[in-house]
Ligand binder design. Structure first.
Ligand code: TXA
Ligand code: MG
Length: 324
């Protein structure tokens, strides 16, 4: 079993050496922590799937540190990809393009496309600058909520990886927005901090649509990751519209309530209160994970407005509800 070592941000040489030696390293980004390997190192990329327990049909995102690297990873790159890069990168947006021959089928799960993003985190950018493009999924065990702080990595991956870089708490707390640029109109595959509204403003109305399972033109094959259960605590998760009447009508015990207001609850229950959607996004995976640590039976989440960041938050909460 590996002894998992914590690397401080002023000691990145150790992480760089590890990546250059076919190893994987958990590292911070502004969205969530990633579990990275050099993107062109098949041996190391394979380790990622094994460690996470990730299915081989779920592709990874390739992380870059400058726009020129797009050409290494992708081919037939449309000019709009560079415009997007200039506008949104480094930042929480991944774009799907036609893959180049350099990228292995392992990274892309046999798709002919590849997801690319430039993370907005100094540590991540330094690593990529030193070793080249890094393939990385979120660093959690498959099915678990993503890791947004060092302790989450240690909970999931202690003994399974050699190195994690301590980058403190993730600024955003939800995974990047993913858009497919190989289809017409473009498709929002996964909502994130960069919202559909913002993208629609950038591309123009009708130029980008939201992915819908029932939309016959878009098959599940275009984003295999979406069919998997995600982000789930062990507890049963439920969205609640009217908390006050819900609490009055349901005499449940041993639950976590995530709400915008504080409620007076019995001792066996816990109330996490969010001040804004940004605050909720940043903390929701931590609160899911806390509910597991405390062995709670239910997590009730106040239903928020589905616009902007609310769309991304509700997407994750609804996925967490699905397993029940
Ligand atoms: O913020 C993030 O995106 C984080 C950090 C570490 O960058 N990464 C992340 O990776 O969330 P992961 O593997 O947990 O989620 C990647 C998502 C999956 O839903 C996957 O199916 C989709 O991106 N994806 C990757 N390559 C794709 C492709 N070629 N076509 C369509 N979807 C793709
Ligand atoms: Mg993930």
């Amino acid at each position: 079993m590996a002894v998992t070592k914590i690397i401080r941000k002023d000691n990145l040489g150790v992480a760089i050496d590890a990546l250059n030696n076919h190893d994987v390293v958990a590292f911070p980004t502004e969205t969530v922590y990633g579990l990275g390997a050099k993107a062109f190192d098949k041996k190391a990329v394979k380790k990622i799937f094994k460690i996470k327990g990730r299915k081989f049909d779920n592709p990874l995102i390739v992380h870059i540190s400058n726009l020129e690297q797009i050409n290494l990873i992708a081919k037939d790159v449309p000019p709009i990809a560079y415009d997007i890069g200039k506008k949104f990168w480094p930042g929480p947006l991944s774009i799907v393009l036609k893959k180049s021959d350099l990228v292995s089928d392992l990274v892309t799960a046999n798709l002919d496309t590849v997801a690319i993003r430039m993370p907005n985190n100094k540590i991540a950018l330094k690593l990529i600058n030193a070793v080249g493009p890094v393939a990385a999924p979120s660093a959690n065990l498959s099915g678990k909520p993503s890791c947004v702080e060092l302790n989450h990595i240690l909970d999931d991956l202690t003994g399974k990886i050699n190195y994690v870089i301590d980058g403190g708490k993730s600024k955003i707390g939800l995974e990047s927005t993913v858009i497919d640029l190989t289809s017409n109109p473009f498709v929002l595959l996964r909502p994130g901090k960069i919202s559909f509204e913002e993208l629609e403003k950038f591309f123009g109305k009708g130029k980008i649509i939201k992915y819908k399972f029932e939309n016959s033109k878009i098959t599940i094959a275009s984003s295999p990751g979406m069919k998997y259960k995600h982000y789930s605590p062990n507890a049963k998760v439920k969205l609640v519209k009217n908390i006050a009447s819900f609490l009055k009508n349901n005499k449940l015990k041993n639950f976590v309530l995530i709400s915008s207001k504080k409620y007076d609850l019995e001792k066996s229950n816990i109330n996490f209160v969010f001040k804004s959607n940004e605050h909720l996004a940043k903390n929701i995976f931590s609160w899911f994970r806390k509910s597991d640590k405390l062995k709670k039976d239910y997590v009730f989440v106040e239903e928020i407005n589905e616009k902007h960041l609310g769309n991304a938050i509700l997407n994750r909460v609804k996925k967490a509800c699905e397993k029940n």
